[in-house]
Design a binder for this molecule. Structure first.
Ligand code: NI
Length: 214
């Protein structure tokens, strides 16, 4: 990833063109934004999903939400095997979660918080309703690892990170890591390698107007 080229290409793009996507890290403003429902699936959005799978596999992830590539849409992808030659590529558009049941604790990490891994308590089972990329209805009761990944990614599009769900002791430890990320990000913005918060927000607003309900 080359931050200076990312900043340049985003500036050069017309406001609503998705273009080439790059993974963003905390505290990029897209990660704290509550994503809006998509009402228009166009070829650019399909291309964005293809790029998201490429990025996820390159980073050895098992899930990736749209706001992790600075897109303000209610959409995330999952492949619990984390490899293009295994598992199933799932795309969840405008997802809704319901019927949380049970409790499970498992260690989680996040591509937008590299190196941070901590135990997170979540419901063990959950029901998801969403649309696939081809517009088919997804309606499934999930458990196990898939339930965990879907809940982690759903948090993203609500502007939440797994570090929001830690026990008090873990939260103390995480806050030190988050401060480190803040310092790095501010440095990149100071050097012009990453757009400023105001420019990032303007671009997210424009992308939202292009494909979300007013
Ligand atoms: Ni994540």
């Amino acid at each position: 990833m080359n931050d200076s080229s990312a900043a340049a290409s985003q500036t050069a793009d017309t406001a609503t063109t998705i273009g080439q996507l790059e993974l963003v890290e905390f505290p990029h403003p897209a990660l704290r934004r509550v994503s809006r429902a998509v009402v228009r699936i166009d070829e650019e959005l399909r291309d964005a999903v293809r790029q998201m799978f490429e990025i996820m596999y390159a980073e050895q992830g098992v899930g990736l939400a749209a706001n992790q590539v600075a897109l303000p849409y209610r959409l995330f992808i999952v492949n619990t095997e984390g490899r293009p030659d295994a598992g199933e590529e799932l795309v969840f558009i405008n997802p809704q979660l319901s019927k949380p049941r049970g409790t499970a604790v498992q260690e989680e990490g996040c591509l937008s918080l590299p190196g941070v891994r901590m135990d997170v308590r979540r419901p063990a089972r959950v029901r998801v309703k969403a649309y696939s990329l081809s517009g088919e209805v997804i309606d499934a009761d999930l458990d196990g690892f898939l339930a965990r990944v879907v809940q982690h990614e759903f948090d993203h599009i609500e502007g939440r990170l797994f570090t929001d769900r830690l026990s008090e002791a873990s939260a103390m430890e995480a806050s030190r890591a988050l401060d480190g990320f803040r310092e790095i990000f501010a440095g990149k913005q100071d050097r012009g390698e990453v757009l400023g918060d105001r420019e990032i927000t303007a671009r997210l607003d424009a992308l939202e107007r292009a494909r979300c309900q007013a």
